[in-house]
Design a protein around this ligand. Sequence first.
Ligand code: COS
Length: 405
Amino acid sequence: MDDSLFFTDSHLAVREMVRAFARDEVAPIAAHHDETQEFPWETVKGMADLGLLGIPWDEALGGSGFDTIAYMIAIHEMAKVCASHSITISAHTTLGTSPIVHFGSAAQKARYVPLLASGKVIGGFGLTEPGAGSDAGGTRTTAVRKGDHYVLNGTKRFITHGGVGEIFLVTAVTDATRGTKGITSFILTKETCNLEAARRAGIGHDDTLPVMKGFRAGKKEDKLGWRASDTRELIFEDVEVPVENRLGEEGEGFVNFMQTLDAGRVGVAALSLGIAEGALNAALQYSTERRQFGQPIAHFQGVSFQLADMATEVEAGKHLVYHAAWLSQQGKPYRREASMAKLFCSELAMRATTKAVQIHGGYGYTKDYPVERMMRDAKVCEIGEGTSEIQRIVISRQMLKDLLR
Ligand code: COS
């Protein structure tokens, strides 16, 4: 894709900055954090210092004042090197901050967005529950109004930043008779689970945020991929949440969260594209160095055709991702395009990383090369923020709606 199709000089400057940080700071530690599952506080602090945790928000709110395309560039570039760092940017920004930016009151924006946009505090989004995954409307968490507060009870599952985060947007049922229109969203706060590491890194904690009694992180997931990203349960036991922490009106939570996921899906598409491109770059490089039968393996058509297929699909993925980001930036409808980009790029990430491991042969199956991590990191892209099956539902429903209009 020619850079000038979607990118300006300032986009290219963001790309160079993220590329350099990913190469110099993230690449050397990615395998270690994948192995240990430790949250990479130091490099997350580095990302915050570069403004990568608030890229699309106004400077008045503490953001970097860039646009959606710049934001997607950062996710894409970071994922070429480390998917866990990339999902930290995406989950924190779209899932953990954008609902406040888009649906919050002026007071809520002023209170929470500067903390999140600067990266001082890590944010998260609590939608998924043990019994409500693809069926997001099947939420069982309840919020009962009692005077000037609500009382929340329930459990969320697979929540990115569940342990390390302090600010969360969560859904709960306020009126069980109204289906998805009885779901409301709230802003909840707690203390990070690793205060010592947060203090050491100088990020991830704010003393002025209330620690809500009964709100805590649960079990940390031991995952196949995205292992440096913190994924946990969130547990609510009679948590008293002030009415001023309700996000929007009662009953608006489901639609607000669905709109948030539309944006999140472009982010996961950009992340998937980054993994695929990272795998392509690694395979291309390796195929020129590895010699068998007296020549570099890139000279065998069995290898070079696979590289050609990967490069063609990466190119197609770029058009889908940046077109969806451009539509969103222009304020045009983009739900269908977001799902198409997510569906194509997440499945591409699996195909490309599998091919990259194959091209590396036995070495690709070891931790001596990053492609095995990339292959593990790719799988969840077909699952998180809506499975491939859900994307097909969203796309086909939209097509039928357009036909019957
Ligand atoms: N933007 C705005 N409104 C939306 C919307 C969106 N993206 N998606 C749904 N809505 C609205 C619908 O228009 C409908 O409103 P009306 O009744 O006024 O028409 C309402 O929300 C309910 O929608 P729908 O009937 O389509 O809900 P379903 O229960 O059938 O669920 C799917 C729709 C399956 C698409 C939804 O549950 C979904 O996306 N599930 C996957 C959840 C997910 O991605 N989880 C991963 C979280 S990881 S962070």
